[in-house]
Design a protein around this ligand. Sequence first.
Ligand code: SF4
Length: 344
Amino acid sequence: MRHVNIPIFIPHLGCPNNCVFCDQRKISGCISFDESGVKAQIEEVLSTLAPEDEAEIAFFGGSFTGIDRDLMIRLLFISDEFVDGGKVKNVRCSTRPDYIDEEILDILSEHHVKTVEIGIQSMSDEVLSASKRGHTAERALEACRMVKDAGFDLIGQMMIGLPGSTLEFEIATAKAICNAGADGARVYPTVVFAETELADMTARGSYKPLDIEDAIDRTASVLDVFDRAGVPTIRVGLCSGENLSSPKSVVGGANHPALGELCMGELIYRRICAEADRVISTTDPKGKTMTVYVPLGATSRAVGQKKRNILRLNEKYCKKHAINRIKILEISSIIGYNIIIDLS
Ligand code: SF4
């Protein structure tokens, strides 16, 4: 059985904020919202699913609970029809911390919403202010508490490389999301879109966009925090859409078609190195084979994009420690980014 999200993007509707990084119309890939097309959009995705697939309607793109209240409720009535008709299992939405209150949560719970995603972005007030988010870290924590207390699943969304941010702030943000009881996380390394304040800041030299290696490094550290806390990261990086591949739309930052794989591969590489170093410190590695056991489906991540990891492992262990060869094998008894090393 596959779990399939049916995303309904609602770009910037009702959002009076002006986060420096945001051009929601570009992220969501459309410049207007056609309410009359929502049903057809959902039906089109449903028509491609197998009977055993589990579908979920996802109101993404803007701040769902901040849009015009009547429109939000009309959209929830549309999703109700599909849930009540047994075609869709449940509904999720994404929003900002300051668009969460008891009344909103009551409405969501009356309409089959199971998961609320909150754009926390950073738990540093300094970073939030430099990014003109318009809310504090304390407000984000309060929103998380309210969402959990009301019985919803909580997904914490955070960004890497915002103005004024550092690796330390990002690790602290990930820890705070875990401590808030999040059921999952999304991590978005910052992309600089054209015609945003962040693009102007970049042009003025007051903001330095992340380069890809820096984005990989910092994101891997954050993934490590989530993995150790048992909080699954359900997405790394923006979804690739037309606007992300156009140099006219993106003027800098962490924009790479395989960014998620690169970040996840980096974390598994670090775990392999840490364990290999430990094993080598107690065993003479010369002429031996290093077998790295990884979770099912994790071989390509362990090998790395364009063999990036295996090349580095060969350099580090075969050349320097005279290990004969490195093998990667999948086993079902480990999960996440865990690995086991056998040297024999
Ligand atoms: S709150 Fe969301 S939609 Fe509004 S400006 Fe900020 S990122 Fe964009």
